[in-house]
Write a new protein. Structure first.
Length: 358
C-alpha cells in the first residue's frame, strides 16, 4: 500500500512537460461541456511574496501558474483595482499585472480558456463595478472577454482564447460574466473553523456530487484553508498530495482551487480531460529516474502538520497592511535527479502523508 501510493504520487509529480501543461486544452474537443471538465485553479492567485506568511497562498507568479496548466484564477481587487488579499497590499495592478499577462498567454496559447473570479477586497466602493468594466471592455467584450453569462450548455470551443469572468461583486453590466452566486454552480469554500479531517470530508462530498451529476451543473471545490496556527503552505503539503491520490479514482471534478499549486495536483486534474494516448505519452518515466527522485525527495527536510482530529482556533488568512517583499519567483533550477526543489518538496510531503495513513 505504502509503496504503491509513493509510486503513484511520484509519477504525478514528474510526469508531463511544461509544453503539454501550457496547452492541455488543445487535447479537449470543442464540443466538450465545461461542466464536464476538470480544471485546476488557484485560490488567491496573486498572494505571494508578502511579509506575513498567513497572507501568502502561492509561490509561483501568474505567468508560471498559467504555464503549469492553471486555468481558474482568483483575483481580488480594491476600489482602485490594486490587488489585495484581505488587508494585505500585494503591490500588483489589475491591468498591468493580471490582464496583460493573461492576454499575452492566450495570444501564445489560443486553444486555452481562463476562468477569472473577480471580487472586491479591502475597501467597498460604488465605483468598483465601473472601474472593472472600464478595464475589461478595453480588451474587447466578445474578443478577449467572453460573452458567456451562464454555465448552462457552455462548451470549450465557444470560449477558446478568451477569459470567462466570474463576478463575485454586484454588476450592472450584463453583456458578459457569470454571477458568482447562482443556482448553476455549487461552491465548497470552507476555509477555517474545521480540522484537516473535516475539510477532507467537505472536499470528498463535493467531489461525489460532481461525479454523480449528469447535467451541466458546475462545481467549484476549494482545497484551500487554514488550520490552527499553520499557514496555508503547511496545510497544502497535506491536502495537495492527498487530493491528487483521491483524484486518481475520479473522472470529473469541476474546478479545484488550491493553495500552492504544484504539478502533483495539477497533473492529476489535467489528465482527467485528456485522451488515453496523450496520458500514456506524458506519464512514461524510466524506473531508475523515479527511484532516484524518490531517494532525493526523502532527504528533504519538511515537517507538515499531522492530520489531527483536534480542533483549534484559526488564524486569519490576512494580516494588517505592510510592504510586499521584492523576492524573486521560486527558483526552478533542476537538480541531478531531474526535479526542481519544489517538486522534491511535494513528493516528500506525499511520502510523509503516506506514512501517516499506514
Amino acid at each position: 500500500m505504502l509503496l504503491s501510493l509513493i509510486l503513484l504520487l511520484s509519477t504525478c509529480i514528474v510526469s508531463g512537460s511544461a509544453t503539454i501543461a501550457s496547452q492541455w486544452m488543445s487535447q479537449v474537443p470543442d464540443s466538450r461541456l465545461v461542466s464536464n471538465m476538470s480544471i485546476p485553479g488557484t485560490h488567491d492567485t496573486l498572494a505571494r511574496n508578502y511579509w506575513a506568511a498567513t497572507a501568502n497562498c502561492q509561490t509561483q507568479s501568474l505567468q508560471t501558474q498559467l504555464e503549469d496548466g492553471i486555468r481558474y484564477v482568483d483575483v481580488r481587487l480594491n476600489a482602485t483595482l490594486a490587488c489585495f488579499h484581505g488587508t494585505a497590499d500585494l503591490k500588483l495592478n489589475f491591468q498591468n499585472d493580471v490582464m496583460e499577462v493573461i492576454q499575452s498567454f492566450l495570444q501564445s496559447q489560443p486553444t486555452e480558456v481562463i476562468f477569472m473570479r473577480i471580487s472586491q477586497e479591502n475597501t467597498a466602493s460604488s465605483s468598483f463595478d465601473g472601474n472593472v468594466h472600464q478595464v475589461l471592455s478595453s480588451y474587447g467584450v466578445g474578443s478577449l472577454i467572453s460573452t458567456s453569462t451562464s454555465w448552462k450548455a457552455m462548451t470549450l470551443g465557444q470560449n477558446r482564447g478568451k477569459i470567462i469572468i466570474l463576478k463575485d461583486y454586484t454588476s450592472s453590466y450584463n453583456s458578459y460574466g457569470i454571477n458568482w452566486s447562482n443556482s448553476d454552480i455549487t461552491v465548497q469554500d470552507t476555509y477555517q473553523g474545521v480540522t484537516i479531517a473535516q475539510k477532507k470530508k467537505l472536499i470528498l462530498s463535493t467531489l461525489d456530487a460532481a461525479a454523480n451529476d449528469t447535467g451541466d451543473h458546475m462545481y467549484l471545490n476549494h482545497a484551500s484553508f487554514v488550520w490552527m496556527y499553520n499557514p496555508p503552505e503547511s496545510v497544502s503539503r497535506i491536502i495537495n498530495p492527498w487530493l491528487s491520490n483521491v483524484l486518481s479514482q475520479r473522472q470529473k471534478v469541476g474546478i479545484i482551487a488550491m493553495d500552492y499549486e504544484c504539478p502533483l495536483l495539477n497533473n492529476a486534474i489535467i489528465t482527467m480531460n485528456l485522451p488515453v494516448t496523450t496520458i500514456a505519452s506524458t506519464n512514461s518515466l524510466p524506473q531508475a529516474t523515479l527511484a532516484g527522485s524518490i531517494t532525493t525527495a526523502i532527504t528533504s527536510t519538511i515537517s507538515p502538520p499531522k492530520d489531527s482530529e483536534t480542533s483549534g482556533s484559526e488564524t486569519s488568512a490576512t494580516q494588517t497592511s505592510g510592504n510586499a517583499t521584492s523576492g524573486d519567483e521560486t527558483p526552478r533550477d533542476q537538480v541531478s535527479s531531474g526535479l526542481s526543489w519544489k517538486y522534491q518538496s511535494s513528493l516528500a510531503s506525499a511520502i510523509l502523508l503516506a506514512l501517516f495513513l499506514t
